[in-house]
Write a protein that binds this ligand. Sequence first.
Ligand code: G1P
Length: 289
Amino acid sequence: MRKPIRRAIFPVAGLGTRFLPATKSMPKEMLPVVDKPLIQYAVDEAREAGIEEFIFVTGRSKSSIEDHFDHSYELEHSLEERGKTELLNMLHTVLPKVGQVSYTRQQQPLGLGHAVWCARYHVRDEPFAVLLADDLILSKPGCLRQMMDIYNDVGGNLVAVEDVPKEDTSKYGILDVISDDGTIANARGLVEKPSPEVAPSTLSIIGRYLLQPEVFSQLDLQQTGAGGEIQLTDAIAKTIGVVPFRGFRFKGKRYDCGDKLGFLEANLAFGLDREDLRAGVREVLKKYI
Ligand code: G1P
């Protein structure tokens, strides 16, 4: 039995410029899909997978994320007074246990690799998970739970992957695949955001990672890559050969909530997935098609 992964990093320092003006004074991770902020979907998915320590890498003007995962005494008090017990209980389920959450800041926007590196003292010398809240995944069990089950067998570095259209390779980390059984892909390398002409495949990294602490020795070097940023993809790529690397095709549908259309589609899909809303969403859709 492998040592279980108990810690997860949530990089939430990004500016969210694609959603301006909505994100002018609100973190993009707090954008709601139906009635739940993106970051809470990620935290719930991590919790379902057995994560017990939630490490947020935040930036300036992200304090509402901290507030979201804390008590709101005034709100709780007035719900209590009005006898809204169900809502009150729901709010309590959002709350992590005392001491389970920690926050560290990425003081400069130097890339995803840098954001993860900012959490190195929280993670210490243990394997850990990384979840990008922009990638919202509808699946039962959740994507991270599925990954943990595979990880318990194989260990190493494991990332969620899916095929993307050839013209989209420049948005993702792409695997240079050497073997692929349809569920697990082995790669000899990874390339961050290659243009379609030079992309080694169309198998792309989705924002779920289970990583060994060795990746920090690479991130320590602070080498920049695509877009002049310190890339997590590059640091993982450099450990291939030292740490086994695998891409895992998860079961489920992923929505790119960093993109307006992806975000709208996620709202529809998650609405349709909800028993209390399904019929209503269908009715609304009928009006437009
Ligand atoms: C990041 C990673 C990229 C990965 C993507 C998944 O890119 O750098 O390798 O494929 O997330 O969403 P970003 O979307 O932050 O530009």
